[in-house]
Ligand binder design. Structure first.
Ligand code: ATP
Ligand code: LTN
Length: 329
């Protein structure tokens, strides 16, 4: 039987966070053994906010290096840069004509980002989910591993695909979001009621994957908790500690009950140090590999060039099928 197809990506805006790692990339690493995986750097999506061109270019390579450093094997997966496979833009245009303004206006990410960037509410920000649908549908992906915040984009992708299939016959595979419950939403360290986000203004809210050991320890020590001083999982009433437990659990694979038992009678000080230790332990080897890879630009170019060629083969096949069906010469 053919392997199931996986596709996912991360935008190349800003520095990656522990939320991106635990919510997305870390799960991809496990999937590479079982599935036919496509992992892209969503640099075209990054254009929906203003970037410095040099930074955008560098960031694209940095994310590629991070994918590999985190354990994605370029031999086992197709790792590529979105903008290099032109069919993404081409299919996005076509799908735009099968997507309604009404459904796009309901997207919470659009609403959130419009509030954040009131001076630049561009059409790309509005049609962002359509490009994402094109990314997924081009490869006929079955599963899309993402964090919780992307679930709505997967729903609209399914709607667009179903609509197209109904009009033209079976063309696209209807994809499913793969959201791991335990790491679906890593919260901010200072505001544990909203997600840890790379665009946060308070830097203490976020652990960046390239933060130094000292910075990570400092940020976790400062994390907002509560006055009970008991390590117990209760996201509603104790969001801060529960979030730290989630991070700890994701890295150590220990369940919440086990963690509660391990830290019985110990206070938040001890627990925070333990969390910091496992986070540093997990990130340090990744950071070392990442720094090495960034020194080896030729290798990175080789990886993305090969990835582009592999991805293109599939993408061209799908776009031709689509054009044939809709009557575009
Ligand atoms: P921003 O917060 O600025 O919108 P982002 O951090 O969500 O950006 P993306 O490139 O949009 O970055 O997301 C990449 C992947 O990381 C997505 O699958 C997303 O769901 C996941 N992700 C991002 N933040 C978190 C988080 N705090 N917890 C779990 N998953 C997350
Ligand atoms: N919108 C996604 C990034 C992204 C993506 C995709 C994820 C772009 N294209 C296709 C999965 C599949 C985000 O995480 N913000």
């Amino acid at each position: 039987m053919d392997k199931k197809v996986i596709l996912s990506g991360v935008q190349s805006t800003g520095r990656l966070t522990l939320g991106n790692y635990l919510g997305a990339i870390n799960n991809w690493v496990e999937m590479q053994e079982k599935y036919d995986c496509y992992y892209m750097i969503a640099n075209s999506h990054s254009l929906t906010v203003r970037n410095n061109p040099e930074e955008l270019r560098n960031n694209t390579l940095k994310i590629l290096a991070l994918y590999i450093a985190a354990g994605l094997d370029p031999e086992k997966n197709t790792i590529f840069i979105q903008s290099q496979v032109k069919e993404h833009a081409e299919l996005a245009w076509i799908l735009n004509c099968y997507t309604y303004m009404g459904e796009l206006s309901r997207m919470t990410q659009f609403k959130d980002k419009s509030l954040k960037h009131q001076d630049n509410i561009n059409a790309g920000l509005f049609t962002y989910p359509v490009l994402m649908a094109a990314d997924i549908l081009l490869y006929k992906a079955n599963l899309v591993p993402v964090g919780e915040d992307q679930k709505q984009h997967l729903e609209i992708t399914r709607d667009i695909a179903e609509r197209f299939n109904k009009l033209y016959g079976d063309t696209f595979v209807i994809p499913e979001a793969y959201v791991r419950k335990e790491t679906a939403r890593i919260m901010g360290l200072q505001d544990p009621t909203s997600k840890m986000s790379k665009s946060a203004t308070n830097l203490n809210d976020v652990i960046f994957l390239d933060d130094s050991e000292e910075t990570i320890i400092k940020k976790i020590k400062k994390a907002v908790t509560d006055s009970e001083n008991v390590v117990r999982f209760a996201p509603e009433t104790k969001p801060g500690v529960s979030n730290l437990m989630q991070i700890y659990s994701a890295i150590t694979n220990k369940g919440f009950e086990e963690i509660e038992k391990d830290f019985e009678g110990k206070g938040y000080g001890d627990f925070k140090m333990a969390v910091a230790e496992v986070v540093v332990g997990k990130l340090k080897p990744i950071q070392e590999k990442y720094n090495e890879l960034l020194e080896n630009r030729d290798y990175l170019v080789k990886v993305y060039t090969e990835g582009k060629m592999k991805a293109e083969k599939i993408a061209i096949k799908t776009i031709n099928e689509v054009k044939e069906k809709i009557g575009i010469l």
